[in-house]
Design a protein around this ligand. Structure first.
Ligand code: PGA
Length: 250
């Protein structure tokens, strides 16, 4: 049985005090009767306090990014070892905002994936097509290439530490959501692509999250699809009631 997961990507939101407030609210409001792995990804500066705050809860903490090198003269960057040393063992890699605004290529992401796996971290690997790709009918090709070039070089056993997040760029932060049918169609394609490369066991066990304007009112329908194993939530993860309602939809 693959794991159901709901992860909140807080992006560049919430200062130290606001982070604590939101975590307290989440501890209060998140349903405790659901078989679901819950993860939150605050900004780097608030990760250590989030880990402390959530120590006795079932809420995990992820970083939103990480550098591929072990250490070195990379001003402003954060290494896997630094994250591990404060108790963060999960990292989001390849988010479309990192790809678009910080020019992270598939090749760069492949090396970040390697570093994270070498440090026994769990990777939430994001990918997804832009609007022009979907309009031209090229979305399956784009997604397959992102998988091939960014993460399909890993060994079969590494898949225990990989979560995939399909996030169509046109649906991120736009209020546009892929229909549950569009999400299912793509997730089925992704699982099939994994099956061809790594076999049925890996394909059946990997959790594939959907991301892109998931809200309390559409979560249940999207999560109800057989190949959608949860969500990576942006805007709606910043409000405890909304995030809790989304988790409730799993
Ligand atoms: P959104 O963001 O839910 O605000 O669309 C999703 C994401 O960027 O992970």
């Amino acid at each position: 049985m693959r794991t159901k997961i709901v992860a909140g990507n807080w992006k560049m939101h919430k200062n130290a005090e606001e982070t604590e407030d939101l975590l307290n609210e989440l501890i209060d409001k998140l349903p405790s009767d659901k078989e679901v792995r819950i993860i939150v990804a605050p900004t780097f500066v608030n990760l250590a306090s989030a880990v402390d705050h959530l120590e006795f809860t079932n809420i995990g903490v992820a970083a939103q990014n990480m550098h591929q090198a072990e250490s070195g003269a990379f001003t402003g960057e954060i290494s896997a070892d630094m994250l591990k040393s404060i108790g963060v063992d999960t990292v989001i890699l390849g988010h479309s905002e990192r790809r678009a605004y910080f020019h992270e290529s598939d090749a760069l992401l492949a090396s970040k994936v390697d570093t994270a796996l070498k440090h026994d971290m769990t990777v939430i690997f994001c990918f997804g097509e832009e609007l022009k790709d979907r309009q031209s009918g090229n979305h399956f090709n784009i997604v397959e290439n992102q998988l091939n070039d960014g993460i399909f070089h890993v060994e079969e056993k590494s898949w225990e530490n990989i979560i995939l997040a399909y996030e169509p760029v046109w649906a991120i932060g736009t209020g546009e959501t892929a229909s549950s049918e569009q999400a299912q169609e793509m997730h089925e394609f992704i699982r099939e692509t994994i099956r061809r490369k790594f076999g049925s066991n890996v394909a059946e066990d990997v959790s594939i999250l959907y991301g892109g304007s998931v809200k309390p009112d559409n979560a249940k329908e999207i999560f109800g699809k057989p190949d959608v194993d949860g969500g990576l939530i942006g805007g709606a993860a910043l409000k405890a009631t909304d995030f809790a309602a989304i988790v409730d939809g799993i």
